[in-house]
Design a protein around this ligand. Structure first.
Ligand code: CUA
Length: 186
């Protein structure tokens, strides 16, 4: 009789321990599923070019997107860099000057809503998202002017939001950049 109850109780203990381990595994599985769900939603709601963040509220006061730093310049590493700011409903500068056949780094952002950045006749096409710096490298061939429309609906003035890209010969650009720290048309 006592042997029997002992056997039963050890079976109960085994069942009890098993239940605890099952619960522990269950908690881990649920936790992993929660992490997968959270990261999937979190990543899919963020733009792919989210490498760098910037505070859209202080763009005009400090940092690389202040008025005086907008336009085309040459950095310490001798790279041609364009800084561009999009706002309802214009680009600043309204007309970019870039040298022909030279790789140009573009750094751009938006001060308000999502805008589009596209240079017609090229594969340059990205979104400008408030809070993020869109950056890419482009090389434009062929001297002349190209249209740069905003291609993301950004409000009532969207259709009128255009800029121009003026591609100039390398020597002309070098002359311009010697005269001014930041170059844009006009
Ligand atoms: Cu800016 Cu459409």
């Amino acid at each position: 009789m006592s042997e029997q109850s002992e056997a039963r109780s050890s079976a109960e203990v085994a069942a009890h321990v098993e239940l605890h381990w099952t619960m522990a595994v269950g908690v881990i599985v649920v936790l992993l599923l929660a992490i997968i769900t959270f990261t999937t939603i979190h990543w899919s709601t963020m733009p792919p070019s989210r490498v760098e963040v910037v505070d859209p509220a202080t763009l005009h006061q400090s940092g690389e997107f202040v008025e005086s730093n907008l336009g085309t310049g040459v950095d310490q590493r001798n790279r041609v860099v364009v800084h561009l700011l999009a706002e309802q409903y214009s680009f600043n500068p309204r007309c970019l000057v870039v040298p022909e056949g030279v790789s140009v780094t573009v750094r751009a952002t938006s001060a308000d809503v999502v805008h589009g950045f596209q240079i017609l006749g090229t594969n340059v096409n990205t979104m400008l998202i408030p809070g993020y710096v869109s950056t890419f490298v482009m090389t434009l061939n062929g001297v002349g002017e190209r249209a740069m429309p905003c291609h993301e609906f950004c409000g009532v003035g969207h259709a009128a939001m255009w800029a121009t890209v003026r591609v100039v010969p390398r020597t002309e650009f070098e002359t311009l950049i010697r005269e001014k720290r930041r170059v844009s048309c006009g």
